[in-house]
Design a protein around this ligand. Structure first.
Ligand code: AVI
Length: 344
């Protein structure tokens, strides 16, 4: 493990500049803040798979193929989340923008290619765009596109896994006059346990300071059949997305999972208010995971994702507990999805 000072030096050394071809037209800066604990992360992944109740952290879904499959999921008729949130955003954009601070830093959490932020930048005209993502290629694309379309907005990006903490305090402080607006759409917070979500919201609250705010999209509790269909679409795109995580594991852990030996399973647990995704073994077989082996009985499963659903009051309470004093909420007419604006 690196010591703190060595770690900071390594981060500075890993500063990535845009390619020569783009440097003349677009100026942006990308910092690498991936934690230096990759071996521990991989050990955690392996131990999860060797545990009696096997599990994989959902962050491993998003390799290049997984990210493309997730985009396809968003276009499926059953997966209402993306289009419902987009509709709330477009219906209420001017009102939401009215409540945001002027001259802000727009901080796009899990920005992907930055497409969700673009309509906001048009109206908010922030002082700075700061994209955060675990995937450097997607982040670079976001900065290219936003930098090209909005040359007056300062553009920067951070490659990081912010699932435990936002590693950007120092970067935010570079612009003390620009209040941070944290933008976290897509109900991604739902993929964390309640305890993790609470810790993350507290970390967001710290970053927001006294003048910033958090704009977050949250999927709401609803009829189990609608939820179940959203996570088990007729085209089988979610099933392919779920199975693809085994290919990611094969690469990372030198394992030999055969995705064809597992069936996608999605179930809404009403009591826990979450969709649970699993991969169920359809044959008895053994899988090599590095130097270890794991047997799977027929029907034995690997937990791959929780997707928590909230009530408006429950999420409001969570925000309050995390230290956000003021909250505004917009939902669609059916009350399927909520957009919360939380401030100190
Ligand atoms: C990224 N996240 C909010 C998605 C969700 O709905 O929980 C991931 C997903 N899993 C299956 N379908 C979509």
């Amino acid at each position: 493990m690196l010591q703190e000072s060595e770690w900071a030096a390594a981060q500075r050394a890993q500063r990535v500049m845009p390619s020569a071809a783009s440097r003349d037209e677009i100026r942006y800066r990308i910092l690498n803040r991936m934690r230096a604990d990759e071996p521990e992360e991989l050990l955690r992944l392996k131990n999860g798979l060797l545990a009696r109740r096997a599990r994989i952290d959902p962050k491993y879904f998003y390799d290049t193929a997984g990210s493309a499959l997730f985009s396809d999921i968003c276009a499926q008729p059953e997966y209402y989340l993306t289009r419902t949130e987009a509709r709330i955003f477009s219906d209420h954009r001017s009102e939401i923008v009215w409540h945001l601070p002027r001259g802000a830093q727009w901080i796009d959490l899990g920005c992907g290619d930055g497409a969700k932020s673009q309509p906001w930048i048009v109206t908010v005209r922030p002082r700075r765009y700061l994209g955060l993502d675990i995937a450097p290629e997607a982040l670079e694309r976001a900065l290219q596109q936003i930098g090209t379309r909005f040359p007056a907005v300062e553009c920067a990006g951070v490659v990081c896994d912010f699932s435990r903490l936002l590693p950007i305090e120092d970067i935010v402080r570079e612009r003390p006059a620009a209040p941070p607006v944290l933008f976290y759409p897509g109900s991604s917070l739902g993929n964390f346990s309640t305890a993790q979500a609470f810790a993350l919201l507290k970390s967001f609250r710290k970053t927001v300071g006294s003048r910033g705010c958090l704009l977050i999209g949250v999927d709401l509790v609803k009829d189990a059949r609608i939820l179940q269909a959203a996570y088990d679409d007729a085209q089988g795109v979610t099933a392919a997305f779920n199975r693809n995580v085994l290919r990611v594991v094969n690469r990372l852990l030198d394992a030999d999972f055969d995705p064809r030996k597992f069936r996608h399973h999605a179930h809404y647990d009403k009591r826990a208010a979450r969709v649970e995704m699993r991969l169920r073994s359809i044959v008895e077989h053994r899988v090599r995971i590095g130097s270890d082996e794991r047997p799977f009985r027929v029907g034995e499963s690997i937990l791959t994702e929780y997707s928590h659903k909230y009530t408006v009051s429950g999420f409001g309470q969570l925000l309050r507990n995390a230290g956000f004093a003021r909250r505004r909420i917009w939902t669609d007419a059916a009350g399927w999805f909520g957009v919360f604006l939380a401030s100190p």
